[in-house]
Design a protein around this ligand. Structure first.
Ligand code: LMR
Length: 396
């Protein structure tokens, strides 16, 4: 039976991890996978996570099955974090949340849920979007189409074209939006643009699915959720997928959430029953450890404050990296204006070099980035930025 298979290419993002690890060049620079790194290139465990883990280790009583919803406390606390505890959709009991294996798990649950809502469902994603979005939705049998988003030529947002495209989308379709820190471009909607998108969503009646994988990496946890909260203020049916991989640094513990917002509490109960069915058919129930850590942190005023402080350190470092990259490039004799990198947000930006130049950077200089020239800003440090900028200057 396996004779029918032909080999598939490595994942465009995760495939870089192996290549980087096998490279023996001591100057190598990893700008591939989106993970936070400290100035020494290390991805640390947050102190608040360490404290929460110690508490769980000492107090956990059982490893019995947790059930398809995951931890009820985690679900409540993460919903409050995403929407704001006093949001009207929470107070009117319109939201149902399940814990999921990371943000990817949340997206796959959402994809199967959408397929159950509508057999011939179509989802619109930004052009470009996170490379795995297309795979996840297609694997669930949901057709993927794109709306204009990033203007590579001008390193800016094609907002008018985006709005024009959204205004043609059918009420049967789903539109995927990035809450903040757009992956891969770093180019976010302004609050005014979110207001327009919410208006269009209301007018056209399509269902928004918001992917919030970087809450707290843009401006702060409240501001980064502006679009999510605004959408839930005005829209009856909506889906939110969130991830704790980056903001809690819990990458390998795989914890995220999928929330479905319905027009009223009765419809929410029906949607929830479908959500549980979908979960049971994919992975039965989510891993519990990451959720336990997050609920311990968010449930304690002191640990939550420590987490917000540690998150700010990560955010400030990434923003600082944006500035040192732009200024070091300018000081390395590069004529092209890279100042757009300073206005973008979160973990990523496109460097804006072509595929041959990406290949040269990898093969000649051991600098790793996704073929599209997406760079993970967290991989830059004071130690490597000079080498990085001079290598970029050489390939330009
Ligand atoms: C990324 O975009 O680099 C991260 O979200 C990691 C991943 O799973 O692709």
């Amino acid at each position: 039976m396996f004779d029918t298979l032909s080999a598939l290419p490595a994942d465009p993002i995760l495939g870089l991890l192996n290549q980087y690890r096998q490279d023996s060049n001591s100057n190598k620079v990893d700008l591939g996978v989106g993970v936070y790194k400290d100035p020494n290139g290390h991805t640390p465990i947050l102190n608040c996570v360490k404290t929460a883990e110690k508490f769980r280790f000492e107090n956990e009583q059982t490893k019995v099955y947790i059930g398809p919803t995951g931890s009820a406390d985690f679900n409540t606390l993460i919903t409050d974090l995403c929407f704001g505890a006093s949001h009207s959709a929470i107070l009117s009991n319109r939201i149902r949340t399940v814990s999921t294996p990371g943000g990817t798990g949340a997206l796959r649950v959402a994809a199967d849920f959408i397929k159950r809502c509508k057999k011939d469902a179509v989802i619109w994603v930004s052009d470009p979007t996170w490379a795995n979005h297309t795979g996840i939705f297609e694997a669930a049998g949901v057709q993927v189409k794109t709306y204009p988003y990033y203007d590579h030529a001008n390193e800016s947002l094609k907002f008018d074209e985006m709005a024009q495209c959204l205004s043609q989308i059918s009420s049967d379709d789903v539109v995927l939006l990035h809450a903040c820190c757009h992956n891969p471009s770093g180019m976010d909607l302004t609050n005014d643009q979110w207001d327009i998108v919410v208006e269009l969503t209301k007018e056209k009646g399509f269902t928004p699915l918001i992917d919030m994988a970087y809450q707290g990496f843009g401006t702060d946890v409240e501001e980064d959720a502006y679009g999510v909260r605004r959408m839930a203020d005005f829209i009856d049916n909506m889906i939110l997928c969130s991830s704790c991989s980056k903001n809690f640094g819990l990458y390998r513990d795989r914890i995220g959430s999928c929330s479905v917002i319905s027009k009223d509490s009765n419809q929410a109960d029906i949607a929830f029953s479908v959500l549980l069915y979908v979960v049971r058919c994919i992975y039965s129930m989510p891993p519990a450890h990451g959720a336990a850590i997050v609920e311990t942190i968010l449930g304690s005023e002191e640990l939550k404050q420590q987490w917000l402080d540690e998150l700010k350190v990560m955010r400030d470092r990434i923003n600082g990296n944006r500035e040192i990259l732009v200024s070091t490039l300018a000081n390395s004799g590069v004529e092209r204006d890279f100042s757009f990198i300073n206005v973008q947000k979160g973990m990523f930006s496109f460097l804006g070099v072509n595929k041959d130049q990406v290949t040269r950077l990898k093969e000649e200089f051991s600098i790793y980035m996704v073929d599209s020239s997406r760079i993970s800003i967290a991989g830059i440090s004071n130690d490597n930025v000079g080498y990085l900028a001079s290598s970029i200057a050489k390939v330009l």
